[in-house]
Design a binder for this molecule. Structure first.
Ligand SMILES: [Zn+2]
Length: 77
């Protein structure tokens, strides 16, 4: 009888463990949010010095410390 109870408790513990594991903890959520915030900062929008169009930092062309949206604007400046 006690063995049966132990087995049932063991099964519940395993189910509980997987249930808890699948649920992201508050710390994990915070880390995710912080990571997302950092990515947003990395993907900062920059204004083209020539035409004023906003481009992401990845797409922007940096020349002499100034950002441009395209080669045309870079040449036009
Ligand atoms: Zn431009």
């Amino acid at each position: 009888m006690i063995n049966q109870i132990l087995v049932i408790l063991f099964v519940i513990a395993i189910v509980w463990f997987f249930f808890i594991k699948k649920k992201p903890t508050v710390a994990q959520k915070k880390a995710k949010a912080a990571k997302k915030r950092k990515e947003n900062i990395d993907d900062e929008m920059l204004e083209c010095r020539e035409c004023g169009v906003y481009v992401s930092q990845e797409e922007a062309i940096l020349s002499n410390g100034l950002y441009y949206c395209s080669d045309e604007c870079l040449k036009a400046s």
